[in-house]
Design a binder for this molecule. Structure first.
Ligand code: SF4
Length: 192
């Protein structure tokens, strides 16, 4: 199943790369920009989690310890709902190739079924889509200089892990692992 999920990720990455390229005049994502990993929620299904744990297990012991300490600190703090992802290390993702689905389409304007378009929150930080965003009306008001229009895509997390994808790639995402314990090596890692 994991191999089929990896195949799915390959196909998905090609598709998302294409969408990011189409929206290039509005996109400010670059290595080292990690605002989206510092103030959010990062839900993931059992399948995403298992894949991520394989990547985690391939990290050096030092890095694993660092990540576990961050998780412990997170769990013992009176944190708010939004928090920094414990897999973020020196402003880079330590499990990048196995990052969850929610991380992959972040930065684009997304929607799910008939829901409203979601503009990435980094627009307020002067990042993605800020060159065509009016803060007062909270609307996208313009096109890029080259005439490119801001577009919304049906690549929200719920779409990326829906039944259609499961059937197409013969995979099962399972439940979200929120508040569940899953073992890593001899330790126990808890993601909430
Ligand atoms: S898993 Fe990686 S990309 Fe996703 S929020 Fe964490 S650090 Fe960022």
């Amino acid at each position: 199943m994991l191999n089929r999920y990896k195949k799915y990720l390959e196909v998905l990455d090609v598709k998302l790369n294409h969408l990011f390229e189409q929206q290039a005049p509005f996109i400010k994502c670059k290595k080292g920009c990690a605002y989206c990993c510092k103030d959010g929620e990062y839900p993931m299904s059992e399948l995403e989690y298992i894949n991520l744990m394989f990547e985690y297990n391939s990290l050096s012991g030092d890095l694993q310890d660092k990540i576990n300490k961050k998780i412990e600190a997170l769990l013992s703090s009176n944190r708010h709902k939004l928090y920094e992802c414990p897999f973020l290390t020196d402003d880079c993702c330590s499990v990048y190739s196995a990052r969850p689905l929610i991380c992959r389409s972040f930065g684009l304007i997304t929607y799910y079924k008939n829901s409203k378009n979601k503009i990435p929150f980094c627009v307020d930080l002067g990042l993605n889509y800020s060159n065509v965003y009016d803060k007062e009306s909270c609307m996208l008001t313009m096109y890029a200089k080259d005439g490119t229009k801001p577009a919304a895509y049906n690549v929200e997390r719920n779409t990326l892990r829906d039944k259609e994808m499961e059937e197409l790639f013969d995979i099962r995402f399972g439940e979200d692992i929120t508040n569940k314990k899953l073992p890593i090596k001899s330790k126990s890692l808890i993601i909430v």
